[in-house]
Design a protein around this ligand. Structure first.
Ligand code: DSN
Length: 417
């Protein structure tokens, strides 16, 4: 069977790829957990390493022919250790969930107690939600934010930890827009002799740039995805001290995964190399400036931000005061050419499929080159769309304006299918 099959012989598949490239190019991507990798990372992620099995770790594989995999994985590890200043890293997790699962299993037994942030206060499914493996295999307890400030209730965290004696405390989440005091988490964990795990998936890029406190010196284990603010391919990583290295590695392989995705490890290495460049700090700074600008506009337009603002790439709008659900807002924005997601807000009475919130992020737009003055236009599009959320023809007009606007920020100009 010849390998050289022209892609245009599969028009059905090519049409889907073309549509997705067009969607990414002509819409404003504001899902806080998404980003656009560089063309180099994109290319490496589609490389011949997709063909190779390499179960095991460098110099200790279960297959022959792994000499280049060894070199690649070692390079990726070296870059991750340098970027985050950690003693050990595992770069093989396929995603954030498998990184979290391996982190749990490296220090916990089934039935142990974990203490994580409530999902509706900004936590993540894998931090103990009943529908996730974490809620099914472990006894779960939760802390949350204070009702008055919507900032993590550190006193409540301590009280909960003392009352429930968890074996592992988890900091981090997926819709908390503020800085996290990892020192306080460490103190609470020490008080009850618990392990401290930080899931830094959302803010990993900010940590790498020194713009968010680093959890690495304080946590026993740090997990992350590589595709959010860090701007790498879809995947995960686990950072830990040397003392936990063996346990973590054994849980990833053979514990829960088989062969690593070496093409993705290659793409992680490419993205980590980019993150080590000084320009990456400028990029992360711009993300924060763009968030601040957007926050100011939305607040001025009468929208309430959970916690009153943001310290990160992420903004969470509470739509309860403007008589709009998260679902209606997400749909209206989508029709206007802006991609975002509905999200529960603290003390939300709506269910998870409707919600009262809208989560927005600035990492992807910043990658496309948008700066503060461009966020003025983005804010205008969002506010117009939310105010006219039932007016299909108005939303369509915004979509045309958005399409024109996006052409000023070309995405993958050399890429065609
Ligand atoms: N699903 C991701 C997010 O959107 O925040 C977290 O894994």
């Amino acid at each position: 069977m010849p390998l050289k099959v022209a892609l245009d012989q599969d028009p059905q598949l090519m049409a889907i790829l073309r549509k997705e490239l067009k969607r990414q190019r002509f819409k404003l991507e504001m899902i806080a957990s998404e980003n656009f990798v560089s063309e180099a990372t994109l290319r490496v992620g589609a490389s011949v390493f997709t063909n190779k099995y390499s179960e095991g770790y460098p110099e200790n594989r279960y297959y022959g022919g792994c000499e280049n995999c060894d070199e690649l994985e070692t390079l990726c590890q070296t870059r991750a250790r340098k970027l985050f200043g950690c003693e050990h890293v595992n770069v093989q997790p396929h995603c954030g969930s498998s990184a979290n699962m391996a982190a749990f299993f490296s220090v916990l037994r089934v039935g142990d107690t974990i203490l994580g942030m409530r999902l509706d206060h900004g936590g993540h499914l894998t931090h103990g939600a009943p529908v996730s493996f974490s809620g099914r295999l472990f006894k779960t307890e939760f802390y949350g934010v204070r009702e008055d400030t919507e900032i993590i209730d550190y006193e409540g965290l301590l009280a909960k930890a003392e009352a429930t004696r968890p074996k592992l405390i988890i900091a981090g989440g997926s819709s908390y827009p503020r800085t996290i005091d990892f020192q306080k988490f460490r103190e609470v964990a020490d008080r009850v002799k618990a392990y401290l795990m930080v899931d830094m998936a959302h803010f990993a890029g900010l940590v790498a740039a020194g713009l968010f406190p680093s959890p690495v010196p304080l946590a026993d284990i740090v997990t992350t995805t590589t595709h959010k603010t860090l701007r790498g391919p879809r995947g995960g990583m686990i950072l830990c001290r040397k003392t936990l290295a063996k346990a973590v590695d054994e849980q990833i392989f053979p514990g829960i995964q088989g062969g690593p995705l070496m093409h993705i490890v290659a793409a992680k290495a490419a993205a980590l190399g980019e993150a080590l460049e000084p320009e990456f700090i400028d990029y992360q700074r711009q993300i924060l400036k763009n968030s601040q600008r957007l926050a100011t506009h939305l607040t001025d337009a009468g929208f309430r931000l959970v916690s009153g603002g943001t310290d990160t790439h992420l903004l969470l709008l509470d739509l309860r005061g403007v008589n709009l659900t998260g679902q209606a807002a997400e749909t209206a924005l989508d029709k206007a050419g802006i991609t975002a997601n509905k999200n529960v807000v603290p003390f939300d009475r709506q269910n998870y499929c409707v919600t009262s919130g809208l989560r927005l992020g600035t990492a992807a737009l910043t990658t496309r080159g948008l700066v503060e003055k461009d966020m003025d236009r983005v804010a205008e599009f969002i506010v117009d769309a939310l105010r006219h959320h039932q007016d299909e023809s108005f939303l369509n007009k915004i979509r045309l304006r958005v399409e024109e606007f996006t052409q000023g920020f070309p995405l993958y100009p050399n890429l065609e299918f």
